[in-house]
Write a protein that binds this ligand. Structure first.
Ligand code: CTP
Length: 202
Protein backbone atom coordinates (compact mmCIF):
# COMPACT_ATOMS: atom_id res chain seq x y z
CA UNK A 1 0.00 0.00 0.00
CA UNK A 2 1.06 3.61 -0.60
CA UNK A 3 -1.16 4.81 2.21
CA UNK A 4 0.74 6.19 5.18
CA UNK A 5 -0.33 4.59 8.42
CA UNK A 6 0.85 5.56 11.87
CA UNK A 7 2.80 2.48 12.81
CA UNK A 8 3.86 1.43 16.25
CA UNK A 9 7.29 0.47 14.83
CA UNK A 10 8.97 1.57 11.65
CA UNK A 11 12.30 1.53 9.82
CA UNK A 12 13.94 4.92 9.35
CA UNK A 13 17.27 6.65 8.84
CA UNK A 14 19.10 9.34 10.79
CA UNK A 15 18.59 12.19 8.32
CA UNK A 16 17.32 15.33 10.10
CA UNK A 17 16.29 17.31 7.02
CA UNK A 18 18.63 20.12 8.07
CA UNK A 19 20.59 20.36 4.79
CA UNK A 20 17.51 20.45 2.55
CA UNK A 21 15.85 22.99 4.82
CA UNK A 22 18.94 25.23 4.74
CA UNK A 23 19.05 25.05 0.93
CA UNK A 24 15.38 26.04 0.62
CA UNK A 25 16.04 28.96 2.96
CA UNK A 26 19.15 30.07 1.07
CA UNK A 27 17.34 29.95 -2.28
CA UNK A 28 14.42 31.94 -0.87
CA UNK A 29 16.89 34.49 0.52
CA UNK A 30 18.20 34.99 -3.03
CA UNK A 31 14.65 35.79 -4.13
CA UNK A 32 13.67 32.41 -5.56
CA UNK A 33 10.09 31.21 -5.38
CA UNK A 34 10.53 27.90 -3.52
CA UNK A 35 8.21 24.91 -3.20
CA UNK A 36 9.55 22.90 -0.26
CA UNK A 37 8.38 19.29 -0.45
CA UNK A 38 9.25 17.59 2.81
CA UNK A 39 8.82 14.27 4.51
CA UNK A 40 8.99 13.96 8.30
CA UNK A 41 11.96 16.06 9.51
CA UNK A 42 13.51 17.01 12.84
CA UNK A 43 13.85 20.67 11.93
CA UNK A 44 10.99 23.05 11.13
CA UNK A 45 10.52 24.18 7.51
CA UNK A 46 11.95 27.58 6.63
CA UNK A 47 9.92 30.78 6.36
CA UNK A 48 9.14 32.30 3.02
CA UNK A 49 8.63 29.07 1.09
CA UNK A 50 5.57 27.11 0.06
CA UNK A 51 5.59 23.99 2.24
CA UNK A 52 4.13 20.70 1.00
CA UNK A 53 4.20 17.94 3.62
CA UNK A 54 4.22 14.32 2.54
CA UNK A 55 4.90 11.00 4.20
CA UNK A 56 5.56 8.41 1.52
CA UNK A 57 7.98 8.35 -1.44
CA UNK A 58 4.99 7.91 -3.73
CA UNK A 59 3.35 11.08 -2.39
CA UNK A 60 6.66 12.94 -2.55
CA UNK A 61 6.99 12.11 -6.25
CA UNK A 62 3.43 13.31 -6.87
CA UNK A 63 4.02 16.54 -4.97
CA UNK A 64 7.27 17.19 -6.84
CA UNK A 65 5.63 16.58 -10.21
CA UNK A 66 2.79 18.90 -9.23
CA UNK A 67 5.34 21.65 -8.49
CA UNK A 68 6.73 21.55 -12.04
CA UNK A 69 7.71 23.45 -14.11
CA UNK A 70 10.62 24.89 -12.13
CA UNK A 71 14.01 26.31 -13.12
CA UNK A 72 15.94 24.15 -10.69
CA UNK A 73 15.14 21.07 -8.65
CA UNK A 74 17.19 20.19 -5.58
CA UNK A 75 16.73 16.67 -4.22
CA UNK A 76 18.09 16.46 -0.70
CA UNK A 77 15.51 14.17 0.87
CA UNK A 78 16.72 10.89 2.37
CA UNK A 79 14.02 8.88 0.63
CA UNK A 80 13.71 5.23 1.58
CA UNK A 81 14.59 2.98 -1.33
CA UNK A 82 12.10 0.40 -0.11
CA UNK A 83 8.91 0.30 1.88
CA UNK A 84 7.48 -2.69 3.68
CA UNK A 85 5.16 -4.40 1.25
CA UNK A 86 2.33 -4.76 3.71
CA UNK A 87 2.51 -2.53 6.75
CA UNK A 88 0.61 -3.93 9.70
CA UNK A 89 -2.17 -1.80 11.09
CA UNK A 90 -1.76 -3.41 14.48
CA UNK A 91 1.29 -4.18 16.57
CA UNK A 92 3.06 -7.33 15.40
CA UNK A 93 3.22 -9.54 18.47
CA UNK A 94 6.26 -11.55 19.45
CA UNK A 95 5.72 -15.22 18.96
CA UNK A 96 7.98 -17.68 20.62
CA UNK A 97 10.48 -19.22 18.23
CA UNK A 98 9.13 -17.38 15.18
CA UNK A 99 11.05 -14.39 13.86
CA UNK A 100 8.96 -12.02 11.76
CA UNK A 101 9.91 -11.71 8.09
CA UNK A 102 9.44 -8.33 6.45
CA UNK A 103 8.86 -8.22 2.73
CA UNK A 104 9.83 -5.06 0.87
CA UNK A 105 8.62 -3.30 -2.26
CA UNK A 106 10.68 -0.74 -4.19
CA UNK A 107 9.84 2.94 -3.88
CA UNK A 108 9.89 5.27 -6.89
CA UNK A 109 13.19 7.09 -7.40
CA UNK A 110 12.09 10.72 -7.42
CA UNK A 111 15.41 12.21 -8.55
CA UNK A 112 15.85 9.71 -11.39
CA UNK A 113 12.25 10.15 -12.52
CA UNK A 114 12.48 13.95 -12.68
CA UNK A 115 15.98 13.89 -14.22
CA UNK A 116 14.70 11.71 -17.04
CA UNK A 117 11.46 13.53 -17.82
CA UNK A 118 11.04 13.93 -21.56
CA UNK A 119 8.93 17.03 -20.97
CA UNK A 120 9.11 19.56 -18.15
CA UNK A 121 12.53 18.59 -16.82
CA UNK A 122 13.99 21.42 -14.72
CA UNK A 123 16.88 23.21 -16.45
CA UNK A 124 19.09 22.23 -13.53
CA UNK A 125 18.63 19.07 -11.48
CA UNK A 126 20.74 18.74 -8.34
CA UNK A 127 20.83 15.44 -6.49
CA UNK A 128 22.60 14.33 -3.35
CA UNK A 129 24.60 11.20 -2.77
CA UNK A 130 24.85 9.86 0.75
CA UNK A 131 27.74 7.40 0.78
CA UNK A 132 29.86 5.61 3.32
CA UNK A 133 32.53 4.07 1.05
CA UNK A 134 34.29 5.21 -2.13
CA UNK A 135 32.28 8.41 -1.87
CA UNK A 136 33.42 10.13 -5.08
CA UNK A 137 33.33 7.01 -7.25
CA UNK A 138 29.87 6.03 -6.04
CA UNK A 139 28.54 9.57 -6.34
CA UNK A 140 29.95 9.95 -9.86
CA UNK A 141 28.28 6.70 -10.90
CA UNK A 142 25.04 7.82 -9.22
CA UNK A 143 25.04 11.08 -11.20
CA UNK A 144 25.41 9.16 -14.46
CA UNK A 145 22.83 6.53 -13.52
CA UNK A 146 20.14 8.98 -12.40
CA UNK A 147 21.08 11.61 -15.06
CA UNK A 148 21.00 14.65 -12.83
CA UNK A 149 23.24 17.62 -13.69
CA UNK A 150 25.04 17.95 -10.38
CA UNK A 151 25.36 15.59 -7.50
CA UNK A 152 26.35 16.77 -4.05
CA UNK A 153 28.32 13.94 -2.50
CA UNK A 154 28.66 13.56 1.23
CA UNK A 155 30.19 10.98 3.49
CA UNK A 156 27.56 9.86 5.97
CA UNK A 157 29.74 7.35 7.81
CA UNK A 158 28.75 7.51 11.49
CA UNK A 159 32.17 8.84 12.55
CA UNK A 160 31.74 11.97 10.39
CA UNK A 161 28.73 13.10 12.46
CA UNK A 162 27.27 14.58 9.26
CA UNK A 163 23.96 12.75 9.19
CA UNK A 164 21.86 14.41 11.87
CA UNK A 165 24.66 16.93 12.59
CA UNK A 166 25.06 20.65 11.87
CA UNK A 167 28.07 20.46 9.54
CA UNK A 168 28.68 18.97 6.14
CA UNK A 169 31.69 18.27 3.94
CA UNK A 170 30.56 17.97 0.35
CA UNK A 171 31.97 17.48 -3.11
CA UNK A 172 29.91 18.94 -5.93
CA UNK A 173 30.19 16.74 -9.00
CA UNK A 174 29.15 18.07 -12.38
CA UNK A 175 30.10 17.61 -16.00
CA UNK A 176 33.08 19.87 -15.31
CA UNK A 177 34.44 17.61 -12.59
CA UNK A 178 34.51 17.33 -8.82
CA UNK A 179 34.70 20.38 -6.56
CA UNK A 180 35.55 19.47 -2.94
CA UNK A 181 34.40 22.06 -0.41
CA UNK A 182 35.91 22.22 3.05
CA UNK A 183 33.83 21.09 6.02
CA UNK A 184 31.49 23.92 7.08
CA UNK A 185 28.06 24.52 8.59
CA UNK A 186 25.07 23.16 6.66
CA UNK A 187 23.82 26.77 6.35
CA UNK A 188 27.10 27.74 4.72
CA UNK A 189 26.94 24.77 2.32
CA UNK A 190 23.40 25.85 1.48
CA UNK A 191 24.44 29.45 0.72
CA UNK A 192 27.29 28.36 -1.51
CA UNK A 193 25.07 25.90 -3.34
CA UNK A 194 22.31 28.51 -3.79
CA UNK A 195 24.88 30.97 -5.21
CA UNK A 196 26.15 28.32 -7.58
CA UNK A 197 22.61 27.48 -8.71
CA UNK A 198 21.80 31.16 -9.28
CA UNK A 199 25.00 31.59 -11.31
CA UNK A 200 24.24 28.51 -13.41
CA UNK A 201 20.75 29.77 -14.24
CA UNK A 202 21.77 33.35 -15.07
N1 CTP B 1 16.42 9.65 -4.11
C1 CTP B 1 15.13 9.79 -4.62
N2 CTP B 1 14.23 8.77 -4.48
C2 CTP B 1 14.58 7.61 -3.88
C3 CTP B 1 15.90 7.45 -3.37
C4 CTP B 1 16.79 8.49 -3.49
O1 CTP B 1 14.82 10.85 -5.17
N3 CTP B 1 13.70 6.65 -3.78
C5 CTP B 1 17.38 10.74 -4.33
C6 CTP B 1 17.92 11.40 -3.05
O2 CTP B 1 17.09 12.47 -2.68
C7 CTP B 1 19.28 11.87 -3.52
C8 CTP B 1 19.70 10.81 -4.53
O3 CTP B 1 18.50 10.19 -4.97
O4 CTP B 1 19.21 13.10 -4.21
C9 CTP B 1 20.64 9.76 -4.01
O5 CTP B 1 20.14 9.21 -2.83
P1 CTP B 1 21.02 8.16 -2.04
O6 CTP B 1 20.30 7.72 -0.82
O7 CTP B 1 22.42 8.67 -1.92
O8 CTP B 1 21.13 6.97 -3.10
P2 CTP B 1 20.19 5.80 -3.51
O9 CTP B 1 19.48 6.17 -4.76
O10 CTP B 1 19.34 5.40 -2.36
O11 CTP B 1 21.26 4.68 -3.87
P3 CTP B 1 22.09 3.70 -2.88
O12 CTP B 1 21.12 3.29 -1.81
O13 CTP B 1 22.48 2.59 -3.78
O14 CTP B 1 23.27 4.48 -2.37
Amino acid sequence: THEPIDPVRYIANRSSGAQGTAIAQALAALGAEVVFVTGPADVPPPDGVQVVTVETAHDMLQAVEAALPVDAGVFAAAVADWRVKTASGSKIKKEKGALPVLEFAENPDILATVSQLAEGRPKLVVGFAAETDDVIAHATAKRARKRCDWIVANDVSPETGIMGGSENAVTVISEEGADAWPRMGKDEVAKRLADRIAAALS
